[in-house]
Design a protein around this ligand. Structure first.
Ligand code: GLY
Length: 340
């Protein structure tokens, strides 16, 4: 097991990499802890939850809403949870978002830890302190920024992870590489999904590297005034695609990254758009799709990152170097339109 501490603002988050779930007993007192998980994780790993107070939620983004928060608070009061209680989210991004948010508001804040169980949560969604719930069609409209005290990483959870979930995780890993780390980009080019699925040491080291990239970026800019916004590469169009079409987060982000790379070629002379497309395809992610641009533009105009008639778009200069650029929506629409 490897322990790494990250100081973020006034908080310290400790990551326990290459760890075992059973180590949780050493981190929190079992009698003052409530685990929050979903039915999928609970069914797949029922024996792990024996002896722990556990709240089991229905699985899926559609439950990341206020009524779920109310139901969990009700159960916490029934379990007599108080200010000494730890709330531990054991699951993917929906569960860690809910646990982080409920932990921040219950009794004005109780201690929170995460056991991320999907690759996406391990490298991205459970890290960074942003948590919250959706409201209507708006994703993450309500929430707080509050860092968890710890994350416990146990790759046994990845053994039961569907292929689609692996690809979701790799979309964010490729994003980290293309925005910050040319060496990681080259390493990913040399391997493929099945290599990481079969090689425990390789996936553990990849997860640790990516958690470090995310947390060291958040450390520099917790409230997203500058460098943290680079993590939104591919996400402006990606989120719109995700809201309008039935596609996974990774698929949507992959298409968003391809579009952002093409824009980067047109605006900044970025030379490696094809290399990025090939890498995404190598990890089973889509790189071409036909979509209704007018519809997507309307969704992007509602983006939290917009400023008046402009949007802060993340563009690449070269592999490993990205920067935000303020683009008028009209320019964006013109540049994203397929050439005929
Ligand atoms: N919880 C995800 C983030 O803070 O980016």
């Amino acid at each position: 097991m490897k322990q790494r501490k990250f100081k973020i603002g006034a908080a310290v988050t400790t990551c326990y990499f290459s760890c075992q779930f059973s180590y949780l007993k050493k981190l929190v007192p079992i009698e003052h802890t409530v685990l929050l998980t979903d039915q999928h994780v609970y069914k797949a790993h029922a024996s792990l939850f024996k002896g722990w107070n556990t709240i089991v939620l229905k699985a899926g983004e559609s439950y990341k809403i206020q009524p779920t928060v109310d139901a969990v608070i009700e159960q916490l009061t029934k379990l007599k949870a108080d200010r000494q209680t730890w709330l531990i989210g054991v699951g993917g991004g929906v569960i860690t978002d809910l646990a982080g948010y409920i932990g921040a508001i219950y009794m004005r804040g109780i201690k929170v830890g995460f056991v991320p169980t999907t690759l996406l949560a391990m490298v991205d969604a459970a890290l960074g302190g942003k948590n919250g719930i959706d409201h209507g069609t708006y994703k993450n409209l309500v929430g707080t920024i509050r860092q968890p005290a710890f994350l416990l990483y146990d790759t046994k959870f990845l053994k039961t992870l569907p292929e689609k979930e692996w690809k979701n995780g790799f979309a964010e890993i490729i994003k980290h590489a293309v925005c910050f780390k040319p060496n990681l980009f080259r390493a990913l080019e040399k391997n493929n999904l099945s290599y990481y699925q079969k090689n425990k040491r390789a996936i553990e080291s990849l997860i640790e590297k990516n958690a470090w990239i995310k947390l060291s970026t958040v450390q520099q800019d917790e409230t997203e005034q500058g460098i943290r916004s680079i993590l939104n590469f591919g996400h402006t169009l990606g989120h719109a695609i995700e809201m309008v079409y039935e596609v996974s987060h990774g698929e949507a982000i992959s298409l968003g990254m391809v579009a952002a790379a093409t824009l980067s070629s047109k605006l900044n002379g970025f030379m490696d758009a094809t290399r990025l497309q090939l890498l995404l395809a190598q990890y089973g992610l889509p790189t071409v799709a036909s979509y209704d641009l007018t519809k997507l533009m309307r969704v992007m105009e509602m983006d939290k990152k917009k400023t008046g008639k402009k949007v802060r778009y993340i563009l690449l200069e070269k592999i490993g170097k990205a920067r935000p650029q303020l683009l008028p929506f009209s320019t964006l629409e013109k540049l994203l339109k397929p050439q005929s």
